[in-house]
Design a protein. Structure first.
Length: 546
């Protein structure tokens, strides 16, 4: 994640056929004024026979709060946080107990914690432990809080675990630090890529043998476009050539160890580095073509344990809305031209500063547990899926102790909104669930891996970013239909479902609503011939069809 200051910072793309090149000129005006036509009933056509992308997962990251919390906090409170993030259960009234994430991101540490202040990373909450200090002896009691959360995720049904790093272990880095002092190239001693691959494979092997945790995906480079030469956190730049070389070293070593983890590349700091040449970042740009184009000399698709996926982060191109739309269209178009590769949005929290009409306080700083931030996020999720065609969407830090809009779950001491000294909430605290948590849950609890997004033929996904955004999904085996609506407007809107390719049983489905007063609340089944999407809400409609 790239921070502002020290406070914190396949028919995959078939949706392009139904999203025109409309670019919004006045991004916030429509969402902040009532639409006098909303009293009319709008036909909502959904075609179960027209498939778009197959969804893979919704996820979030343990970095960095989960290590202290998972290690030190009372077990009851740890379990409460885990339930909010991972539970697929419902209460006696049918309300979800949590948001049922299907992927959890584990930050495999580089060893800045062991260095203490000598790490140059000023905030100890952003330092990480490393399982080894020399590549020979491993202590798998390290990162115990994060390991606890991985086990809690698995116990609650999370199907995929992903391990990512921000830096090579400090014993292998060129400068002996987990942050970079060189530009452009990966912070690694010459000739040490085989030892770096050994660190990865041994860590994965020991996580499995000593903790019973199988890591499904490995992501060795994070936001390689940035220099990471500050004191804010671990990180390193890397060229496409660095990544290519390491993938070709790591791949056979994973096989030799009998590890089935798939390598995921990308984690680009923003979408643009995936699909175009960025000035000043030429060696770290055009990653879709570099790694997956058929005519690329550096194509890695033939490696059996490389996942044919590329990931980008949703930062920086989320505002203005014209950029949100065009960047997703461009990424989807490039993915479509390559073919056979899926696109992930693998990290997001709010770094933009769109002004107070869009966000409380106008930007990321200043914790907000309310609906305005949740709607901002839900619009990005829906856009990434409907316009970008992503198959997995992942939030940045699941738990936050800061006075910032970066958490799904926030913790504090009961007297402030966060951002205290190093001891603040290190051993205990209060748990606050944000509306952003539940808005993500409108997708993650209901849209499960393997479900297929289907066409809503007459929706303009670009224009909908200032109105009501709609995406539809089917579970063909269970005959389940899920529609997720994000209403950005100040007024409700009424729809009539016109379903083709199947018939909704009893012509009814059940709404689950997140609003200023409701948190993924189950409602009474509604008639699909006339159902109302409330103003400023995210609603998931679930029904069975035949």
């Amino acid at each position: 994640m790239k921070f502002i200051n020290n406070n914190k910072v396949s028919l995959l793309c078939a949706g392009l056929l139904f999203a025109n090149t409309f670019l919004v000129g006045c991004e916030s005006e429509n969402s902040n004024t009532s639409n006098t036509e909303n009293s009319a009933v709008t036909e909502l056509k959904v075609n179960l026979d027209m498939n778009l992308q197959t969804m893979e997962s919704f996820g979030a990251s343990d970095a960095w709060q989960c290590n202290f919390i998972g290690k030190n906090w009372p077990l009851e409170k740890r379990n409460k946080i885990a339930d909010l993030l991972f539970s697929n259960e419902v209460d006696a009234d049918g309300n979800p107990k949590g948001i049922g994430l299907s992927l959890w991101r584990f930050n495999l540490g580089a060893g800045s914690t062991e260095q203490g202040d000598a790490s140059d990373i000023t905030d100890e909450w952003r330092r990480t432990e490393c399982f080894t200090t020399n590549g020979v002896t491993y202590d798998m009691n390290k990162q115990s809080g994060q390991v606890w959360f991985m086990k809690a995720a698995r116990a609650r049904g999370v199907s995929k675990l992903l391990a990512f790093t921000n830096s090579a272990p400090v014993y292998l880095t060129q400068n002996g630090k987990a942050h970079a002092t060189i530009k452009e190239f990966y912070n690694l001693k010459d000739g040490k890529m085989p030892e770096l691959a050994d660190f990865w494979t041994t860590s994965l092997e020991k996580l499995k043998s000593e903790h019973g945790l199988t890591i499904d995906y490995v992501s060795p480079f994070n936001e390689p476009q940035y220099e990471w030469d500050g004191s804010g956190q671990e990180g390193s730049p890397a060229t496409n050539a660095n990544i290519y070389t390491f993938v070709n070293v790591l791949s056979p070593k994973l096989k030799a160890k009998g590890l089935e983890s798939q390598i995921v590349v990308g984690e680009a700091g923003s979408y643009e580095s995936l699909y175009k040449t960025v000035v000043g970042k030429e060696s770290r740009s055009n990653q879709i073509d570099y790694f997956f184009a058929a005519n690329s000399a550096k194509n890695i698709a033939s490696l059996s344990n490389v996942k044919k996926t590329i990931s980008g982060h949703s930062y920086w191109q989320a505002w203005p809305l014209s950029t949100l739309i065009s960047s997703r269209q461009d990424a989807a178009s490039r993915i479509q031209s390559v073919g056979g590769v899926s696109l992930w949005s693998s990290e997001y929290s709010i770094l933009e500063a769109p002004g107070t009409a869009e966000l409380p306080g106008g930007a990321g700083p200043g914790r907000d547990l309310g609906m305005q931030t949740a709607l901002w996020t839900a619009r990005i999720i829906s856009s990434d899926i409907a316009i970008g065609g992503v198959t997995s969407w992942q939030w940045w830090t699941a738990v936050s102790r800061g006075d910032y809009k970066d958490g799904l779950v926030h913790v504090d001491d009961g007297n402030s909104k966060g951002a205290g000294d190093a001891n603040y909430c290190k051993n205990d605290g209060y748990i606050r669930d944000a509306k952003t948590l539940w808005a993500l849950g409108n997708f993650s609890f209901f849209v499960k891996p393997g479900m297929v997004r289907v066409v809503i033929p007459e929706i303009d996904n670009a224009a909908a970013t200032t109105g009501v955004m709609l995406t539809a999904y089917k579970d063909a085996t269970a005959k389940k239909l899920v529609i997720v609506a994000v209403n950005m407007n100040n007024s409700a809107k009424t729809y009539k479902l016109n379903l083709s390719g199947g018939a909704l049983i009893d012509n009814k489905f059940t709404p689950y609503t997140t609003s200023e007063t409701l948190s993924l609340k189950k409602g009474t089944a509604v008639d699909a011939a006339s159902f109302e999407i409330p103003a400023k809400s995210v609603v998931t409609y679930v029904g069975m069809y035949k």
